[in-house]
Ligand binder design. Structure first.
Ligand SMILES: *[C@@H]1O[C@H](CO)[C@@H](O)[C@H](O)[C@H]1NC(C)=O
Ligand SMILES: *[C@@H]1O[C@H](CO)[C@@H](O)[C@H](O)[C@H]1NC(C)=O
Length: 151
């Protein structure tokens, strides 16, 4: 495989991912051609230097990741041998919203994908309040119009 380092290597991100606060999100980038990444350094970053998850020397390196991602990230090691970098972030929070980059320092290859985080609790409350307010408004109008008699 002496040629592989010289071959142009494309990094293809998955579609942007959506997640709900407290849920989990799986971000993915695939290499074309699918070179084996298991003995290569693989970084997931926000910006160029803020480490979300670092894999080097054939293992995860949790000491270098940002504190906010500690114990929340999992890199799929099986996928690395197929040239795919799959990162699962659990207990997603609103501050996780934004773009994420895969960087392969030895190959100078990078690509980025986007995670959109939705606030769950607020949506759930609004999802109940808005229809309830609508029903109350309709009843009030019908009472005013005399369609429904006052009790
Ligand atoms: C999930 O994250 C929130 C902060 O964003 C934290 O308060 C909570 O304890 C975490 N839950 C779990 C199960 O780790
Ligand atoms: C999430 O990020 C996108 C783009 O980076 C931004 O447009 C959007 O407003 C962000 N959402 C929240 C809830 O911060």
């Amino acid at each position: 495989m002496f040629f592989s380092a010289a071959l142009p290597l494309a990094c293809l991100p998955s579609q942007p991912v959506q997640a709900v606060e407290g849920g989990s999100a799986t971000l993915q980038c695939s290499l074309d051609p699918p070179v084996d990444l298991s003995s290569t350094a693989v970084e997931w970053n926000r910006g160029h230097t803020r480490y979300v998850h670092v894999y080097r020397s054939r293992r995860d390196d949790p000491d270098s990741q940002m504190l906010q991602y500690r114990d929340r990230t999992a890199l799929n090691h099986g996928d690395l041998s197929r040239g795919v970098s799959t990162l699962t972030i659990s207990n997603v929070s609103l501050s996780d919203n934004g773009s994420y980059e895969v960087y392969l320092p030895q190959r100078g290859v990078r690509c980025s994908t986007h995670l959109t985080v939705a606030a769950e609790r607020r949506n759930r409350v609004l999802g109940v309040l808005i229809p309830a307010a609508f029903v109350i408004a309709i009843v009030w109008i019908l009472v005013k119009l005399g369609v429904i008699r006052k009790f």
